[in-house]
Ligand binder design. Structure first.
Ligand SMILES: [Mn+2]
Length: 339
């Protein structure tokens, strides 16, 4: 299997640490949570004391993962309390992020200090650069890097660790749809199932557990669907009022863009989520021919080449027109949707 970054130095840094703190980006997702839980078990087996913390509560659909109840949400804690908790550990390991600004309050506290903080991630390199970043932007999930790290730590992957790593990979690849051309993801998945990963349970809890509120909101969002540029761009709006009325959670909103991208001929899908101040949080997804990351970056946002996010000022017609023009400038005689 191609190993594109060497994780031996990270394993070497983890080995002497006795007390560790593991966390992920704010508003944690399946990749970060799965990696944290697998690594917590692995490091625990090496005799270490491991604390799991998050900035924002993990969404309920991940609570089936072994060990999930041990994750403590620190977003309500005081700065002093976060300082005290981090002062008790030898090393902090952050998975699925490597920017201070993505760590919520934890990042605010840690960026000023000198604690030993390591990052394991697959997001494109950022401008702000803390030391000790182990990042492979070619990996479709941090879960795949987590599997490599277990190997570097020489820890045998148990069934519960395998389920957590499998969940991390399945979440970020949307059940193995987005692999960035790497066959290694399937090899790792096969090894995880051999190790006891419960793949169907992962599917059921993460992808087939939509709340009625989410489905109700999705129905309304799809009513706003618009196609632009000869059907190559699909976009839809998510209104504040709809979110409030349906009772959909933040996690419910995450993959609402997927049905837009899965329309035939669509190359780029956009959702415009209205914020309290009337601006919009835009999610951008591409099937792979038109990069959306650079456009998001020009707007001050970020993400991957084919999945990114940004903020835009309203009103909605201006925001949509501006973004569509940035992604695909209007040209006379635009072809109809590609076959
Ligand atoms: Mn990820």
């Amino acid at each position: 299997m191609p190993v594109t970054i060497d994780l031996a130095p990270l394993a070497a840094a983890l080995r002497p640490a006795e007390r560790l703190l593991l966390t992920t980006h704010h508003a944690p997702d399946g990749d970060g949570i799965g990696c944290m839980l697998a690594l917590a078990e692995a490091l625990g087996r090496l005799g270490k004391h491991v604390q799991l913390v998050s900035s924002g509560a993990p969404p309920p659909r991940f609570s089936f993962l072994p060990g999930a109840s041990a994750i403590r949400d620190l977003s309500g804690e005081t700065t002093e309390s976060i300082r005290r908790i981090s002062a008790q550990v030898d090393l902090v390991l952050v998975v699925d992020a490597h920017e201070w600004s993505l760590l919520g309050r934890l990042g605010e506290v840690w960026r000023e200090g000198t604690r030993s903080i390591y990052f394991l991630d697959h997001h494109p390199p950022s401008r702000s650069d803390p030391a000790h970043i182990f990042c492979d932007p070619g990996a479709p999930s941090t879960g795949e890097l987590c599997w490599q790290l277990l190997d570097a730590l020489e820890v045998r992957c148990t069934a519960s660790m395998a389920t957590c790593v499998y969940a991390a990979i399945a979440y970020d690849t949307q059940m193995f749809r987005y692999l960035r051309g790497r066959a290694s993801t399937h090899r790792v998945a096969a090894a995880l199932i051999d190790a006891g990963a419960e793949s169907e349970r992962v599917y059921r809890h993460i992808f087939a557990a939509n709340s009625p509120a989410k489905v109700a909101l999705l129905g309304e969002v799809l009513q706003t669907l618009q196609l632009a540029r000869g059907g190559r761009i699909a976009w839809a709006a998510i209104r504040r009022e709809q979110i409030d009325r349906t009772g959909a959670s933040r996690d419910d909103l995450r993959d609402m863009i997927v049905p837009l991208l899965e329309i035939e001929g669509v190359e780029v899908a956009l959702t415009f989520k209205e914020r309290d101040d009337g601006s919009y949080k835009v999610s951008l997804r591409s099937k792979g021919r038109i990069p959306v990351g650079p456009t998001a970056a020009r707007l001050g946002g970020g993400g991957h080449a084919f999945a990114a996010g940004a903020h835009l000022a309203g009103p909605l017609p201006d925001a949509t027109a501006r973004l569509i023009e940035m992604l695909l400038p209007e040209a006379p005689g635009d072809p109809s949707p590609a076959s």
